[in-house]
Design a protein around this ligand. Structure first.
Ligand SMILES: CC(C)(COP(=O)(O)OP(=O)(O)OC[C@H]1O[C@@H](n2cnc3c(N)ncnc32)[C@H](O)[C@@H]1OP(=O)(O)O)[C@@H](O)C(=O)NCCC(=O)NCCS
Length: 165
């Protein structure tokens, strides 16, 4: 099924489909999605979708974050918001979206960052396979606070080894 998925940058016609992702941490409005698509069109971020038989089954972003005033997480190029609709999980979509986003980041920088809730083993396993290693744990990372109280910051250098891509 994942092989039938088409990965491509999001366009405004995708907003209706993206509204299905109210399962994400931040519930996004139509205007939020439109603004994210416009930023991507200007090259300020990458917003990819995975389309399976006309359904937006997953999305993922990559962009630069400056240092947050309230915590120690560094400025840099971050993977954010990879989310796959439950019906389409465990078919390799997140891995494909993450490999594609890493290529985009490594065309701009020699390191990539990401953070997750310390309890999110699915996300941590996914990114560990892709070469990320833990840097620090904190209650808040880039202003995000975590259910359970702890998040983990991860880093991958462009030439670090990984199992996939
Ligand atoms: C985390 C998430 C994006 C994974 O998406 P997915 O398309 O199912 O992941 P993939 O099929 O590409 O899996 C790649 C690897 O990730 C790991 N993984 C994925 N789901 C997992 C799970 N439920 N438990 C443990 N490991 C998991 C595995 O190592 C897997 O490799 P394998 O299938 O060869 O064992 C998805 O579960 C999701 O949308 N979760 C809710 C949103 C979220 O937490 N996003 C991450 C925020 S940091």
């Amino acid at each position: 099924m994942a092989s039938a998925a088409v990965l491509r940058p999001a366009v405004h016609d995708d907003v209706e489909g993206l509204l299905a992702f109210d399962i994400t941490v931040v519930v996004r409005t139509r205007d939020d999605w439109a603004a994210a698509i416009d930023k991507a069109a200007r090259g300020e971020r990458l917003l990819l979708v995975a389309e399976v038989e006309g359904v937006i089954a997953a999305f993922a972003q990559a962009h630069r974050l400056e240092q947050h005033p309230d915590d120690a997480a560094p400025a840099g190029w971050y993977l954010t918001g990879v989310t796959v609709l439950p019906l389409y999980r465990r078919a390799g979509l997140a891995r494909r979206l993450t490999t594609a986003r890493l290529a985009w980041i490594f065309a701009r920088a020699d390191e990539s960052w990401y953070f997750a809730n310390a309890q999110n083993t699915a996300s941590i396993d996914l990114h560990t396979q892709l070469g990320f290693t833990e840097v620090a744990r904190a209650a808040a990372i880039h202003g995000v606070r975590f259910d359970g109280g702890e998040g983990i910051l991860f880093r991958r250098g462009a030439t670090d080894p990984s199992t996939f891509g």
